[in-house]
Write a protein that binds this ligand. Structure first.
Ligand SMILES: C[S@@+](CC[C@H](N)C(=O)[O-])C[C@H]1O[C@@H](n2cnc3c(N)ncnc32)[C@H](O)[C@@H]1O
Length: 257
């Protein structure tokens, strides 16, 4: 079976585009408090100076930033204008910039760089290396970058999950189906089915496809080191995901390169 990476297809990435108003019901901001606290502790533990500034590459709805902005001045970057608009509503005090994490250069550095689940959209080693090079270019000497892919090859499990939530008279429920095409080893597909119930009780069903990268742990560490960081991998300690084997990759930028 041939499957192409159709990120321009009308059935791909819809939750970041025409369905963006439903995004907060897919993944509510309150669910990010524990995770954001974990990242904050990692930044504080590894940054060689008091961490004050954060660049979030692929910031989406700004749900991690909503918790981190109390401690860090946040600059949020995303490819999709609709996601930036959503995040601006939640985080009006943060700077928002439209851009591709593989390409952007702002000519300034930050104490902390977060490349959260959006890094999973890097579907080739070249794209991953470009995103990590962007993180390096924006990390101050002595600063820290965090990379949080949803999976590495060693932890990936095909399967399904369900969830969703209600708000403002509307409701969303989803089925998430992760699978690896026969022809591929370095990517997986996440097919999402959303049931969207509007304020009048009318329900529609929408399919949304996401192509995600899948790379071995050693490759992650190699690419992080090649960018110039000292690489480190630490467990993702979270009460809901403790048995998933999820890991966090850190890039520590040496004080002197
Ligand atoms: C699940 S959302 C991120 C949520 C975010 N971690 C948070 O805390 O709310 C994934 C985001 O990655 C963004 N994205 C995908 N590829 C990107 C790229 N090449 N550069 C920048 N953003 C990208 C999408 O537009 C989407 O908003």
């Amino acid at each position: 079976m041939a499957i192409e990476n159709e990120t321009t297809s009308s059935q791909a990435l819809r939750i970041y585009r025409d369905l963006v108003e439903w995004y907060p019901l897919l993944t509510p901001v309150g669910d990010y408090a524990e995770e954001a606290a974990l990242y904050r502790r990692m930044f504080e533990a590894h940054c060689q100076r008091p961490p004050r500034t954060l660049l979030d590459l692929g910031s989406g709805g700004g749900h991690n930033a909503a918790h981190l902005k109390k401690a860090l001045a946040c600059t949020l970057v995303d490819l999709e204008p609709a996601m930036l608009a959503l995040s601006r509503r939640l985080n009006p005090e943060c700077e928002h910039i439209q851009g591709d994490m593989r390409l952007v250069r702002f000519g300034r550095v930050f104490d902390c760089v977060l490349v959260h689940d959006a890094v999973s959209y890097m579907t080739s080693r070249t794209d991953l290396a470009s995103a990590i090079a962007t993180a390096f270019a924006h990390t101050v000497p002595g600063g820290v970058a965090i990379f949080q892919p949803d999976f590495v090859s060693e932890t990936f499990k095909p399967g399904t999950e369900t969830g969703g939530s209600d708000g403002n008279g509307r409701g969303l429920r989803y089925l998430e189906w992760r699978w690896v095409p026969d022809s591929k080893t370095d990517m997986y597909v996440t097919d999402m089915a959303y049931l969207l119930r509007d304020e009048n009780g009318a329900v529609r069903v929408v399919h949304d496809r996401h192509f995600m990268g899948l790379f071995p742990r050693t490759m992650w560490l190699e690419v992080i080191a090649t960018a110039g960081f000292e690489p480190l991998v630490v467990p993702f300690e979270h009460s809901l995901y403790s048995d998933t084997g999820h890991e966090v990759f850190l890039g520590l930028r040496p004080v002197a390169d």
